[in-house]
Design a protein around this ligand. Structure first.
Ligand SMILES: C[S@@+](CC[C@H](N)C(=O)[O-])C[C@H]1O[C@@H](n2cnc3c(N)ncnc32)[C@H](O)[C@@H]1O
Length: 219
């Protein structure tokens, strides 16, 4: 039987990994408007998506991945652990457990407020969800672009960029951090500019911060 201590250990384990994203995500605060909507592309385990909710204090975050199996064994397992802990606490927990729950577990997690996870291919996402037109204020994709380029080729990357253009608000921010794939992704910047973004910062060779300066209605 899972004891309350086992559950606490498991929850702590998940939160420890989520905290590893803290520094990178807190650096995004400049590009974040409280109350806005975030799309996390290639969310993998879903920890990055939860970190966006936690460290940007965001209410509405969608985590998207073409394969959600890791979300089920990470983020959604955490959700279940939290739910069971909350259920067991009144009868099985000690004062110390209650204190830990209230002081260490962020409120949104205690209240079961989680991101929405969607199993979708980013290159097809806008075609499948045209109702998401001009919805997002911030799009965050880290270590995904190289995979799209490698496995689905350049037309898929271009289709993903065009989809992001349609799904973001005027003034939205897009943060792209990609894997090292030689010069293969040199065309990224040019494609973002072509659809209507301005490059604000190229922090390093594999990082790009883009600002949307043209709307679909004006193109
Ligand atoms: C290296 S992982 C990303 C890790 C995650 N951003 C993080 O740092 O925790 C790359 C993810 O991108 C996803 N992916 C690759 N191509 C994709 C596509 N076309 N659409 C959506 N997700 C994709 C993969 O399934 C994988 O989970």
């Amino acid at each position: 039987m899972t004891t309350i201590q086992n559950l606490r250990d498991q929850i702590e384990g998940h939160m420890k990994v989520i905290r590893k994203y803290q520094e990178d995500i807190e650096n995004l605060i400049t590009y974040w408007t409280p109350g806005g909507k975030i799309l996390n592309v290639g969310c993998s385990t879903g920890y990055e998506t939860i970190a966006l909710m936690w460290f940007l204090r965001a209410n509405c975050v969608i985590g998207l991945d073409k394969n959600l199996s890791k979300v089920h064994t990470h983020a959604l397992e955490l959700k279940e652990n939290l739910w069971v802990y909350d259920f067991k606490l009144p009868s099985n927990g000690l004062v110390e457990d209650k204190k830990w729950w209230e002081n260490e577990v962020p409120r949104f997690l205690r209240e079961g407020h989680f991101p929405i996870f969607l199993e979708e291919d980013i290159s097809q996402f806008y075609n499948n969800f045209p109702q998401f037109k001009t919805l997002f204020d911030l799009v965050y994709w880290s270590k995904v672009m190289g995979q799209v380029h490698e496995f689905q080729k350049r037309p898929a990357v271009i289709s993903a960029i065009e989809g992001i253009y349609y799904m973001t608000k005027f003034d939205a921010w897009v943060i792209v951090e990609h894997e090292h794939v030689g010069n293969d992704l040199d065309y990224l910047q040019e494609e973002f500019i072509r659809v209507g973004f301005e490059v604000i910062d190229e922090g390093c060779e594999y990082f790009m911060c883009l600002h949307k300066v043209r709307n679909p209605e004006h193109s």
